[in-house]
Design a protein around this ligand. Structure first.
Ligand SMILES: Nc1ncnc2c1ncn2[C@@H]1O[C@H](COP(=O)(O)OP(=O)(O)OP(=O)(O)O)[C@@H](O)[C@H]1O
Ligand SMILES: [Mg+2]
Length: 253
């Protein structure tokens, strides 16, 4: 019997994401073989990620459907929840260490990374975290070489600093919970605030440049609110850096 297909509309970037029973189907791209291999490697190292299930009869990629809600749709996460997410980000990074895809993989990364320390997810954000009985990051298609710092900067900003109207001292408590959960070294902590500012600016630049060049879907996202969101977010991170540097590097008496 042909199983029914339900469109999954939570994302922006990919057309044709559907659920079929306990699986998700997305278009197969030149990056997909490497992405599924990477997901498998992270999973084998003990991190809960959707099981990669290969290719279907229509040539689409198949991964496990994970039940739950997107973190983005939930009331804001508590500091303890944020520490848990930070811990998951750390586990993904540790699991990626030393991963080299068997076949050459044409990674489909959106924003140039400062270095290629390890393969990262590159979009660890509330719009890609399923919260349910399991807490699982989905949407691994943009994975590719990056650095712990660059990937953590994006995740920390997206999970804890996306409300630019908030007093940065208050936001600092959530940021610290996340970074403590990650177990960041002193060096990472001291570089994080300025890197978050650069990372948020890079996101804005991508949307703005896409708007000018007509590159979709980012060009349309720029005018549909994402451009304004990232402009405000990048300015907030830029001007609050010193508050967060102090909070992250303060010595515990
Ligand atoms: N493995 C999964 N388990 C459960 N739900 C999923 C899974 N994969 C995707 N979804 C649902 O489908 C939506 C779109 O999927 P996905 O995030 O992969 O698409 P996208 O368009 O590439 O997203 P983005 O805009 O974040 O790049 C998600 O927001 C989520 O609601
Ligand atoms: Mg997504």
């Amino acid at each position: 019997m042909q199983e029914h297909e339900h469109a999954l509309t939570g994302g922006n970037a990919t057309q044709g994401v559907v659920r079929v029973g306990a699986t998700v189907r997305k278009p197969w791209t030149p990056a997909t073989a490497g992405v599924l291999e990477f997901m498998g490697a992270v999973r084998s190292a003990g991190v809960d990620v959707p099981e990669p299930l290969g290719q279907d009869e229509l040539g689409r990629q198949v991964t496990e459907f994970v039940p739950g809600r997107l973190a983005l749709e939930l009331p804001s996460l508590s500091p303890a929840d944020l520490a848990r997410v930070g811990q998951i980000v750390r586990a993904i990074h540790d699991a990626s260490e030393g991963f080299v895809p068997r076949a050459f993989a044409a990674w489909d990364t959106l924003i140039p990374a400062p270095d290629d320390e390890l393969v990262c997810h590159n979009d660890l954000a509330p719009w890609n975290l399923i919260v349910g009985d399991r807490w699982v990051f989905i949407d691994w298609d943009g994975a590719g070489p990056s650095t712990r710092l660059w990937d953590l900067a994006y995740a920390a900003q997206a999970f804890t600093l996306s409300d630019a109207s908030e007093d940065p001292k208050v936001a600092a408590e959530r940021l610290k919970a996340f970074v403590d959960g990650y177990g960041a070294t002193t060096e990472l902590r001291s570089e994080l605030p300025s890197t978050m500012a650069r990372r948020a600016e890079a996101m804005y630049d991508l949307l703005h440049a896409s708007h000018r060049s007509g590159r979709e879907p980012w060009g349309s996202m720029y005018v549909n609110g994402h451009g304004a969101h990232w402009r405000v977010a990048a300015d907030y991170v830029q001007r609050s850096q010193s508050t967060w540097l102090e909070a992250l590097t303060a010595r515990v008496p």
